[in-house]
Design a protein around this ligand. Structure first.
Ligand code: ATP
Length: 301
């Protein structure tokens, strides 16, 4: 195989509980991650040597700071392969948006190189490599709804449930993750840990109730810097969402809907403003998005 084209999906956080800061500088978290059907397209082509990255979005680095580049470099060093790759990223996912776009690109690069370079790595081995690239990276190999503990990288699967219509709204502003954490006052975060409650509601598939219990400890500190996040939430509610919340460290806000037509109409209205708006849905089956034969463990080393 000379070339692989793979979809690189975004995630949202249906729940985000932040605990103490650890000695390594990261916060301990408990989060419910959900893949959604908004994606970049990543094309990987085998070349003689080296790693070359290109991206259609000017704010994404094309050098060794690109997470897909780092994934290729990591796997090259791990297996000691002397093959090269050209990585082309067609970016649709907003950048620095709390949607995990860079992490997703890194994860699919690991998956695709396993096939392209005939490495025969098992899913668990790929997940271990992914962990060293960033807390959100393993999730995109693990899919499609999961609870993440530790820095968010220790994953346990959750049942994917039914497809849920989702509207994503990005106010086109850049919100630094470290600033959001700096504004976070752990004494003021939600005392109740709603993660368990949310998990049981997700298992029952009661979207309306789920909408009321989604939460994100990082949302209040983010709204402090950017009140527009609150405006988007209110707008989503008024347009028929059964829940709306900021994703990850923001600033993208998602709205959960029970009906596609209502979600579609909401998008229509939201697009009248300056924001970037996406109509999407939850992903319920990993096979659906990574269908290019088996991407792990098929080739013996
Ligand atoms: P996180 O919440 O994990 O910080 P995010 O969704 O907020 O992720 P990303 O879109 O993943 O943000 O980008 C975060 C940073 O990573 C940006 O500063 C961007 O320049 C850099 N970056 C490196 N590689 C990529 C990539 N392949 N795609 C997007 N951004 C990338």
């Amino acid at each position: 195989m000379k070339e692989i084209k793979i979809k690189s999906h975004a995630k949202i956080n249906l729940g985000m509980k932040v605990y103490r800061k650890r000695e390594d500088g990261f916060h301990e978290v408990e989060t419910i991650l959900q893949m959604v059907d908004l994606y970049d397209t990543v094309t990987l082509r085998r070349i003689e040597a080296g790693i070359v990255v290109s991206c259609n979005n000017g704010s994404v680095p094309e050098d060794e700071n690109n997470l897909a580049y780092r994934a290729a470099e990591l796997i090259q060093g791990h297996i000691k392969v002397n093959k090269g790759v050209l990585i082309k990223i067609d970016k649709q996912i907003p950048v620095s948006a709390g949607l995990g776009g860079g992490s997703s690109n890194a994860a699919v690069t690991l998956l695709a190189l396993n096939r392209l370079w005939d490495l025969g790595l098992k899913k668990d081995e790929l997940i271990d490599l992914a962990k060293s690239l960033g807390s959100d990276v393993p999730f995109f190999i693990f899919g499609t709804r999961a609870i993440g503990r530790g820095r968010g990288e220790e994953l346990e699967p959750l049942s994917p449930g039914e497809r849920v219509p989702i509207v994503l709204v990005n106010p086109n502003l850049s919100l630094s993750t470290s600033l959001v954490y700096k504004n976070l006052n752990l004494r003021l975060t939600n005392k109740d840990n709603n993660i368990n409650l949310l998990m049981s509601l997700l298992n029952k598939g009661e979207i309306k109730k789920i909408g009321r219990y989604i939460f994100n400890d990082l949302e209040s500190p983010a709204i402090k810097s950017f009140p527009v996040i609150k405006d988007i939430k209110d707008k989503l509610w008024s347009l028929g969402a059964v829940g709306s919340m900021m994703s990850g460290s923001g600033p993208t806000v998602f709205g959960l809907f029970t009906d596609y037509n209502i979600a579609k109409e909401a998008c229509h209205r939201l697009r009248e403003g300056e924001w970037s708006v996406f109509l999407t849905e939850t992903i319920v089956d990993l096979q659906e998005i990574y269908p290019t034969a088996n991407l792990w463990g098929v080739v013996k080393r």
